[in-house]
Design a protein around this ligand. Structure first.
Ligand code: AMP
Ligand code: GLY
Length: 423
């Protein structure tokens, strides 16, 4: 079968690497892909948000399954458009993608379904949001309701910061129209973990746990980013907690989606805070996590296409998910300025060297995110440049291998965290 993978980040590179191992994959077409993905199949320069272009490509290439990586095309209705053409697609429809693309919708659904989550309220005017913030004294979290590349959340230590955050989002529009509506929540304290599940419209099959690092700096210092590293499994996600999440969060979520006649097939990513009062949902995403997918794919021991087709055909209950017992660790190497400046101001065009040597470190896979080819040379082309990922017999070994590979890779201004999976 010909498979179309949509997206161009390191998450998609990891998915492509795994899809390519499936005996069901004849040709892999990636749009728009990146230079690291080129030796896995055909990289076609159709942007992930060009819905008409992707439909044309899928028809032209007689695609048997379209696998959608990022949230933007899902929120724009790519899967709806593929379904209209009878092209099987892995990922939720536009309505389902609101779980991630519309935090106000997601919060309302959580509240109506009694899913444990932070107390929160939604506002559509600056005045009402300001009045609410001014009446509070506790630390708050202010969120743009729409999609903001994982950056639309501002953590505030005191009301002054919260007032600034509301002004920045609703008045100065730092996240554009994504900030027309804001969700303001109590700030939860605890450890954060990610739990991803395959969903076939009826049931959810939970994957092994993973944990990511959102802040740019060691020891969780500095601004939030798209994710600076990750590891799997996550020892904090005990069987007891996973059972609780299944019963208190995922089952009620799927029931609520069904009640609203949303036919959800694809991935549900639950961002969880492990609080003293039990696990609480911070957010839902409608796709694989980045960078959680990188270690998860190294560990996944089933046929990803078989499982994706089972989701599409609603027969997940006949499948089992197998995992390698070995842990995996991913260290993200980012461009100079990434995290501190807007993404489009990250330094680009810097030559990357040492990849071949780094790839020879045992257990290591290097997934490209923001790279490009210029005059035959590999250069940086975005914020998160590379996801250096390694499998090992223990987390310590996976970590050592990932950092040994990182040490062999060079580009000017490279920044990465030194404490990924450090305990
Ligand atoms: P979200 O996109 O809603 O997951 O938010 C991004 C990040 O902000 C999360 O991964 C958390 O680190 C943090 N966050 C979001 N909501 C809360 C909350 N209510 N309390 C504490 N941290 C939060
Ligand atoms: N790792 C966070 C995300 O994918 O949203």
């Amino acid at each position: 079968m010909n498979i179309l993978l949509v997206g161009s980040g390191a998450r998609e590179h990891a998915l492509a690497w795994k899809i390519k191992q499936s005996p069901r994959c004849d040709r892999l077409i990636m749009a728009p892909g990146n230079p690291g993905m080129a030796d896995l199949g055909d990289v076609v320069p159709v942007p992930a948000t060009d819905i008409a272009g992707l439909i044309h490509l899928a028809k032209q290439q007689r695609v048997g399954l379209a696998f959608v990586g990022p949230e933007d095309p899902l929120a724009m209705g790519l899967v709806d458009a593929l379904n209209e053409q009878q092209i099987p697609a892995f990922g939720p429809t536009k309505e389902g993608a609101r779980l991630e693309a519309d935090k106000a919708f997601s919060k309302k659904l959580m509240r109506e379904t009694c899913i444990p989550t932070a107390e929160g309220r939604t506002f559509t005017t600056l005045r009402s949001a300001m009045a609410f913030v001014e009446s509070r004294t506790e630390p708050l979290v202010v969120k743009a309701s729409g999609l903001a590349r994982g950056k639309g959340v501002i953590m505030c230590d005191d009301p002054v910061e919260a007032i600034d955050a509301v002004r920045n989002i609703m008045e100065k529009k730092i996240f554009g129209d994504a900030g027309n509506t804001v969700v303001i929540e109590e700030r939860l304290v605890g450890h954060e973990v990610s739990l991803l599940a395959f969903v076939d419209g009826n049931s959810a099959y939970i994957m092994e746990g993973a944990q990511d690092y959102k802040r740019i700096g060691d020891g969780d210092a500095g601004p939030n980013t798209g994710g600076m590293g990750s590891f799997s499994p996550a020892p904090r996600l005990t069987d007891e907690i996973i059972n609780k999440v299944q019963a208190e969060i995922l089952v009620p979520l799927l029931d609520a989606l069904r009640r609203q006649e949303i036919d959800y097939r694809g991935i549900v990513y639950t961002g969880l805070m492990l609080t003293p009062g039990g696990p609480k949902a911070l957010e839902f995403n409608c796709r694989f996590g980045d960078p959680e997918t990188q270690p998860l794919m190294l560990r996944f021991n089933s046929d990803l296409i078989e499982i994706a087709m089972a989701c599409v055909e609603r027969r997940l209950d006949a499948c089992t998910l197998n995992w390698k017992p070995q842990p995996a660790v991913c260290v993200v190497m980012a461009s100079e300025g990434y995290g501190w400046k807007p993404d489009d101001q990250a330094q680009k065009g810097r030559e990357i060297t040492g990849l071949a040597e780094a790839a020879r470190v045992p257990g290591v896979q290097i997934f490209h995110g923001g790279t490009a080819l210029r005059d035959g040379k590999l250069v940086t082309a975005g914020g998160r440049v590379l996801s250096v990922t390694a499998l090992g017999d223990a987390t310590a070994e996976a970590r050592e291998r990932a950092y040994a590979a990182v040490a062999k890779i060079h580009f000017e201004g490279a920044q990465y965290r030194h404490d990924i999976a450090a305990g």
